[in-house]
Design a protein around this ligand. Sequence first.
Ligand SMILES: [Zn+2]
Length: 589
Amino acid sequence: MLGNLVRLALLVFYLVVATTPAVAQQPASAPSDSATVYFGGDILTMRGSAPEYVESLAVKDGKIIFAGNMAEAEKLAGPNSNHVDLGGKTLLPGFIDTHGHFVYFGKNLVDANLFDSADIAELVARMKKQAERTPADAWIVGFGYQARAMKEGRPPTSEELDLISADRPVMVVDSSGHLGAANAAAFKAAGISADTPDPTGGMFARKADGKSLLGPMEETALNAVRAKRPPFTGELAAQAITGAAEVWASYGQTTAMEAGLGLGNDDIGIVLNAVDKQLLKIDLYIAAKDSALDDTIAAAYTVGSQYNPQPSGVVEKLRAARPDLDDRYVNRVRLGGVKFWLDGSLDTAWFTQPYTENPGGKTGAFSGYRQIPDELLDAVFDKYWPTELQIHMHMNGDAAADQALSAIAKAVKKHGMRDHRPVFVHATWLRPDQISLMKEYGAIPSFLTAGIIPGGDAVVRLWGPERSAGAMAARTFLRANLPFTFSHDAPVSPTPSILELVDAGVNRLSGSGKVVGPDERVSPYDALRAVTATAAYQLKEEKSKGTLEAGKLADLVILDKNPLKVEPTTIKKILVLETIKEGKTVFTR
Ligand SMILES: [Zn+2]
């Protein structure tokens, strides 16, 4: 009798436990030991070279346990499983960022957004809100106004910025990043007065009497003030990381990239803070800027001088603080590679043949700029080729690709061939002979397709017909059965939208609506592979990410429409409805 009672009590207990999740309609995000079964929509596995749909996907403990028919999924998931009816929506593997600047973007987010300020009153109002959310010991900073577009047609003065705060440093930077203004407290904190001489290549505006600063400043003068801004620590450091993760997840990304950690003097601290406090809800792959490049970057990129590059190696500094940062994720952060810049952007790309039309201000046979000497790149390969760290190289022109390929050839001769997967970042114009060599060395291009929209027309004009038609040669790579990925390079693209760059890879429409290089367009499926399966391969994470297969992480994205079934030029308008990282919802619309 007692035995029966115990058994009955146990039975009731089990029934309650068993039925609770179903009764409560537990969302997929709720922590649960039980499995979740997705069904009722297009479930696209992204496995293989042609689209493959499955009826259901079962997920448990953060991993995919089954992708296939419903009956089998239910059997494996067991009686306690949650059921998520997709209601006709589309489920895909979570998107993977193959070239973005997550930390840099996050730092921009911390500052007030001053884009499209109609006049100085609006700028001041937005900055007052910023003052409220800024810790008392931090500078109040805003970014993105355009002086010419504001009613007054000029930047704000020191006195106008004092309306935001007269005793705390206030600084605003315009959308170009080259012009700005500060209040008296900021000038004081930076040690700058009307007596300070203008630095070379810059200017502090002065009042008519010449005895006091007016507020506006240009170029190197702005950098001199900006360099004195205290590094992000504590709350601001956390805001940069959590803010960026919020944005990345809202575009369906479950893995982000910081491809240039160390451009900012506070980058390392920001990342270590995120690791220690477990701030990240999505994965972050880091390619660290190498110390050897400090001088070159400072000379070539204003961003370098803006942020005071680290005097010594970023990799070494990260590892000194966290020796466990290696090829595994530690609290969602992984040190996966190092980053080098070999040439400039579309108007300074380094070519073997001169520009078709010279960019503004260039005369003679101009063929762009080399950023680092061969010896330096060779030394880089000597140092990193034998390690697990991948080498990422920024390149737009074919001369830069030649430099990269010759450095790889020397490394292979010296250290042997290995599964290194060097990343050719942008790889915008490659010659056919270079593509063959890339195949030999297992090099992967990450095409900045998102850049076609703003840059496509200029590329056609400056690079000429051959180089623009063959730019970002996705279809050529596809035909040769070689891997390629697509990237947004945010904040170079203002938003880290994956579907926008998929759309760009499919349609290749420039800002003026011209198709740039129609022969290099790829199908929506192949474009999606470039941000899922192949993206995982580029990061050397294909064993755990990139497709919906048993054993991989339950990194998922739910879209309101299937990119393979809409009019291709509307792919960018598809909405991300939910992003799921290892079984947990990290974004919902
Ligand atoms: Zn970049």
